[in-house]
Design a protein around this ligand. Structure first.
Ligand code: TRP
Length: 383
């Protein structure tokens, strides 16, 4: 069994999640220090300290202003990780080109996501916050990684299979998407990558890419490990699919209270609870799950008991959730309003982030180009 310290697990490529680390702090309601662990076994000595050491990279597609799913599944955790790690947070606009995208709206979507990043508390003083296309080395490294990545590995990716199955003509970029993602991470020699479950397979590929490249050209890249959020998969208001903008089952984190209520009102609850005083099952109710993430923990036992007893109806329960959301993001809305009133500030932050990112990227690429023989000048011989 590959279940000792994270370092050892590097030798066990067969165990898919062997390298996953769970965030110690990804959920406010968790008791402190209970959930940093390596999946598939008890943490080895020192394993709980492991995450604090490494550099972090994560990326998010520019789908505009963040919604509750982005926040609970990723951003909330990113904000906390800044306390203990050197972090790079990237708006991956080049990844967006592999799906449906509109050149006219892409710039605004990048800006709106940047505002959300900053409003929730990503801190440009401590973290490098930047836009992927500002650092051309991402695509350069992607090309170089094409040299060590078998097409078969890419065709096996679940996300590729799902997305390509729906298309008549498959853009090469969709197949190569995980190579660009590997380049994102490895360009900064990041060791830890906070992601959702659905990205674990891409991380496994990034590790494979690092391993193959290092084997052929010499040790340059650490093998990055995912940090999985204990918030798990955040379901949308429909209670069925993952919360995502394209499913229209989200709540905008910057929504005003009236809008929050309009959205939360429509949320699907326990389908067996038809009448107001039918006993409910909080364990199958997505509204209750969201309460767990956003409502004051002191209120949770009552909410649960009254649902089970049928003494509080779903509508009242949703009102409490809407209020919790409104309150939770009160300051975030204020900060976002300030940033939107001062777009130059947002621009400056992203420009400064790009400068920092480029410096780091250039450092890696100098080594990589050299090792791969992209140094034609050394072949110019006198006489
Ligand atoms: N593929 C990721 C997603 O859809 C986004 C992403 C791109 C990313 N590059 C990354 C995530 C690098 C982590 C690290 O969520």
């Amino acid at each position: 069994m590959c279940s000792r310290g994270p370092r050892r697990l590097v030798q066990c490529p067969s165990s898919r999640l062997s390298q996953a680390v769970f965030s110690r702090e990804s959920d406010d309601t968790m008791a402190e220090g209970t959930d940093t662990r390596t999946q598939g076994g008890s943490p080895g000595p020192g394993a709980s300290k492991e995450p604090a050491a490494g550099r972090i990279f994560s990326g998010m597609q520019p789908s505009g202003e963040a919604h509750l799913g982005n926040y609970l599944g990723a951003l909330r955790q990113w904000v906390r990780l800044q306390d203990e790690h050197e972090c790079f947070f990237c708006i991956v606009d080049q990844h967006a080109l592999t799906g449906d995208f509109h050149p006219e709206t892409l710039p605004t979507r990048v800006f709106d996501l940047a505002v959300s990043f900053l409003a929730v508390g990503l801190d440009p003083e401590r973290s490098t916050i930047f836009v992927q296309s500002d650092v051309p080395e991402h695509t350069e490294l992607t090309w170089l990684f094409n040299a060590v990545t078998p097409v078969g590995d890419l065709e096996r990716m679940t996300q590729y299979k799902d997305k390509s199955a729906r298309l008549e003509s498959i853009p090469a970029g969709l197949l190569n998407y995980p190579i660009l993602q590997s380049a994102d991470i490895l360009l900064y020699r990041a060791e830890l990558v906070p992601v959702g479950e659905d990205q674990v397979q891409h991380l496994e590929l990034a590790r494979e890419v690092a391993r193959r490249w290092n084997h052929r050209f010499g040790e340059v890249f650490p093998e990055p490990r995912p940090i999985l959020s204990t918030a798990g998969r955040i379901l949308g208001l429909d209670g069925g699919a993952k919360m995502s903008k394209s499913m229209d089952n989200t709540v905008r984190i910057l929504a005003e209270p009236e809008e929050i209520w309009e959205r939360v009102r429509t949320a699907v609850t326990d389908p067996q609870r038809v009448r107001r005083n039918d006993p409910g099952r909080p364990e199958v109710c997505n509204v209750f799950t969201l309460h767990g993430h956003l409502t004051d923990p002191v209120l949770l036992p009552d909410i649960e008991d009254q649902c089970r007893a049928g003494t509080r109806g779903c509508v009242d329960c949703k009102r409490i959730l809407a209020d919790s959301i409104g309150e939770h993001f009160l300051e975030v809305r204020e900060r976002a309003a300030e940033l939107k009133a001062n777009p130059q500030r947002v621009r400056e932050i992203l420009e400064a982030g790009a400068v920092r990112a480029r410096k780091e990227a250039e450092r890696t690429m100098t080594q990589v180009r050299e090792r791969m023989g992209l140094t034609w000048r050394s072949g110019v011989h006198a006489g």
